[in-house]
Write a protein that binds this ligand. Structure first.
Ligand SMILES: Cc1ncc(COP(=O)(O)O)c(C=O)c1O
Length: 401
């Protein structure tokens, strides 16, 4: 007995919290932030972490094997996307790939007018704002519809009235609200006005099929950790990139497009993750869509005053952004969900607290007075997890006063 009391004193509150925590499910529903590494992908990376350590630029056999590992991935990705291997440039991820595309538009193509949207990822938005602040480009923003889609008529107006060649940067799927842009329509408009078109496809690459011969885009981007690959690696697709100057200078790697020793095991992991996603895409899409629909239905049935951000029809199947009726305790809500084992992220734009809020929700809806939570799903989630998470949301969500 004395021992138990001493143990309790030593552990303090943990003595209570620990057993409760152990009983709880752990439900990861923040897959738009990052996805867990697929164990099968890890297996393909291990030889390159252990034995195949050569520098891909070395001409001896160690280097040649490393080079072969990278070039095989490049060839296979290019074959799936229907482009040439030379058009795939490996990067440190989506942010760098987006930066490279914009850099290319300014410094290689000499474009001075850029068109984008206020709800782009910061990898695009901050990059464009930086160049605009330095006076290198003029930045125009396209209007959005009431559910956050790009207004194509306004885009055409901006292109027509630019009076010079433009560069359009519009993402395929919004990472917060999940809206899918019709990039075929945007690209067709860009072709009509001889504009270059970059689409941030970080949330959709390896989740949807792209035929880059047929799709009127000049740049798309990818990040392996969004499709169960490793972090810190991605790629830029650039149409006919022979003139593309490097953003990162210092070596002739990536056919002179990006200096620095390649992230060998990262690229191998990216390749394996991409191939697995590509091979099983329809099956994964069906499974994840069913989870998203189930979550939406359970929340609609059980949570008073709930609504959803973004467009329900033209939406990324991995993302559901829910809006709760009361924002008084937004941070606490997310914290309690976390304590209960449910990991989600807050697109909270509550104007009563210290949070600055989501620039996406602000861009679409103005200042939000609601608590918003992004649930994002992967093929590793189960129906049981969705039921558990929905139940915890029902128990903990802020209710209208
Ligand atoms: C739409 C979008 N673009 C770009 C990025 C940045 O990718 P990375 O984390 O690989 O730099 C992300 C990641 O959150 C994203 O969701």
């Amino acid at each position: 007995m004395k021992l138990a009391v001493a143990f309790r004193r030593k552990l303090g509150n943990f003595a209570v919290i620990l057993p409760i925590t152990l009983l709880k499910m752990k439900v990861y529903l923040d897959n738009a932030a990052t996805t867990p590494l697929d164990p099968e992908v890890l297996k393909t990376m291990l030889p390159f972490l252990e034995n195949e350590f050569g520098n891909p630029s070395s001409s001896h056999q160690f280097g040649r094997r490393a080079r072969a590992g990278i070039e095989t991935v490049r060839r296979r990705i290019a074959a799936s996307l229907n482009c040439t291997p030379a058009e795939i440039i490996f990067t440190s991820g989506g942010t760098e790939a987006d930066n490279m595309a914009i850099h290319c538009g300014i410094f290689d193509a000499g474009i001075k007018h850029f068109i984008s949207a206020r709800i782009e990822h910061k990898a695009v938005l901050s990059t464009l704002e930086r160049y605009a602040d330095r006076g290198l480009i003029k930045l125009s923003f396209v209007n959005l519809t009431e559910v956050g889609h790009v207004d194509l008529n306004h885009l055409e107006e901006l292109l027509r009235e630019a009076g010079e060649r433009s560069f359009v940067s519009l993402m395929h799927a919004n990472n917060e609200i999940g809206n899918l842009t019709d990039i075929h329509a945007v690209g067709t408009l860009c072709r009509k006005y001889d504009a270059l078109f970059h689409s941030d496809t970080v949330q959709t690459m390896a989740h949807y099929r792209f035929d880059l011969k047929e799709l009127p885009v000049d740049f798309v981007t990818a990040s392996a950790h969004k499709f169960h690959g490793p972090k810190g690696v991605g790629f830029l697709y650039a149409r006919n990139p022979s003139q593309l100057q490097p953003l990162i200078v210092g070596g002739s790697q990536e056919r002179n497009h990006r200096g620095g020793t390649e992230n060998l095991y990262g690229i191998v992991g990216l390749g394996a993750a991409f191939e697995r996603a590509w091979a099983h895409m329809d099956e994964h899409q069906r499974h994840i869509t069913a989870l998203k629909n189930k979550m939406r239905k359970l929340l609609e049935e059980q949570v008073p005053g709930i609504d959803f951000n973004g467009c329900a029809n033209q939406s990324l199947y991995t993302v559901l952004n829910a809006r709760f009726a009361d924002c008084s305790n937004a941070e606490m809500f997310l914290f309690m969900l976390d304590i209960e084992g449910v990991a989600v992220s807050g697109g909270s734009a509550c104007n009563s607290g210290a949070t600055t809020g989501s620039h996406v929700l602000q861009g679409v809806y103005g200042m939000m007075k609601n608590t918003s939570v992004r649930f994002s799903f992967s093929r590793f989630n189960t129906e049981e997890e969705i039921e558990y998470a929905a139940d915890k949301v029902r128990q903990l969500c802020p209710v209208p006063a």
